[in-house]
Design a protein around this ligand. Structure first.
Ligand SMILES: Nc1ncnc2c1ncn2[C@@H]1O[C@H](COP(=O)(O)O)[C@@H](OP(=O)(O)O)[C@H]1O
Ligand SMILES: [Mg+2]
Length: 356
């Protein structure tokens, strides 16, 4: 008689073991792929990141882009309405480091309120940094209808999920406030930027007075493109007209007296000057240079758009800008597209050493 007990066939054990492995692999890879489609925004997620996503949830960057476009346009409606009423309630928030008035108007405040609450209501778990103070007692809940516009769906064909905690949104409710008060409407933009782990990944720049909107997502798509050629040798350089600092001296010293300088308002406007923008009021330039202190809501959207189109925005020393933490950057700005950006950095004088 055979001994009592269960006989395990070696083949049965092997099949059982392999099946178990298959199930484990399926669960593990499916879970990570679903939660972290980081599409080149960083390396494979570390074990600890699963915890982060589980706490704050994930957000879809394609949905964020749809809301960002809507927010920039709704904010732009406020900007236009206030300008057309001619009652701006212009105030000074203080002085910039260089002693210029840091201005604010009803256009800034009302646009800020629309843009902030639209984004905050749609994405309550993400960090939003905005130029103007948000008055919690003056809350306005605008509900997004969850529709993604066709032009976005056409370019970006799948959702792009990232952990909510990795996201920082930057809102500029009215860029070129100084020019807005002077009724130089062409320079005015509203902007939204989304950074993931500090890297700018999507940007929206809207011109309320031309009703033109540019958007782009890194590794996603865009509704705007670079021009076909740029003059690298004697570039046309677009610079600030109201926060210029020593920018003229720096550019002429670097590129020679033949180079033409275009003074213009707004960081959003100046980035659009580097692109192929079908707007009659938009000037064109080959490079954008800024030498004074500047805030991240002024530059993040432009940085994301340039990066998505293969261009660059860095400090004058060529350092990448991180869009988390502090609001401002000290090292000036150099923005270029379809040029050898590092060669341009090497050409520029070291601002700290040269005392500019
Ligand atoms: N030195 C500085 N200090 C503070 N803000 C500055 C600055 N230089 C530029 N900016 C801000 O950057 C934006 C673009 O500047 P410019 O038009 O001079 O190129 C403007 O944003 P806002 O209009 O949103 O305040 C301006 O206030
Ligand atoms: Mg601004």
């Amino acid at each position: 008689m055979a001994p009592m007990g269960i006989r395990l066939s070696p083949l049965g054990v092997a099949v059982f073991f392999l099946l178990g492995l298959g199930v484990l692999y399926h669960l593990y890879s499916g879970f990570l792929a679903g939660r972290f489609s980081l599409f080149g925004l960083g390396s494979e997620p570390a074990a600890g990141e699963a915890e982060v996503a589980a706490d704050g949830g994930t957000v879809d960057l394609r949905e964020m882009l749809a809301v960002a476009v809507l927010a920039a346009e709704r904010g732009g409606d406020e900007v236009r309405r206030v300008r057309e009423s001619n009652v701006l309630h212009e105030k000074s928030k203080g002085k910039t480091r260089e002693g210029a008035d840091d201005k604010m108007t009803s256009g800034d405040v009302l646009s800020n309120r629309k843009m902030f609450y639209l984004l905050k209501t749609a994405f309550p778990n993400v960090q939003i940094n905005t130029e103007e103070h948000v008055d919690a007692s003056d809350k306005e809940v605008i509900v997004w209808n969850r529709k993604i516009p066709e032009d976005i769906l056409k370019e970006i064909t799948a959702p792009k999920e990232v952990p909510a905690e990795s996201v920082t949104v930057w809102i500029d409710p009215l860029d070129a406030t100084q020019e807005y008060t002077e009724d130089l409407r062409q320079y005015v933009t509203t902007m939204v930027c989304v950074a993931v782990n500090g890297k700018p990944v999507l940007g929206v720049i809207h011109k309320p007075f031309s009703e033109y909107t540019a958007w782009a997502m890194v590794d996603g798509g865009s509704n705007v493109k670079a021009r076909s050629s740029y003059n690298e040798k004697t570039p046309k350089i677009i610079v600030s007209r109201s926060h210029a600092g020593m920018v003229k001296q720096v550019t002429l010293q670097t590129f020679g007296n033949q180079t033409s300088i275009i003074p213009a308002g707004g960081a959003g406007y100046k980035v659009l000057a580097l692109l192929d923008v079908p707007d009659m009021t938009q000037e064109k330039a080959d490079l954008y240079i800024h030498v004074t202190y500047i805030k991240k809501w002024d530059i993040c959207a432009g940085n994301a758009i340039l990066k998505a189109l293969g261009g660059h925005m860095t400090t004058l020393n060529g350092e990448e800008i991180s869009y988390t933490g502090s609001d401002g950057i000290e090292g000036g700005l150099l923005a270029s597209i379809r040029m050898n950006h590092q060669a341009l950095v090497r050409k520029l004088p070291d601002l700290e050493k040269s005392g500019h």
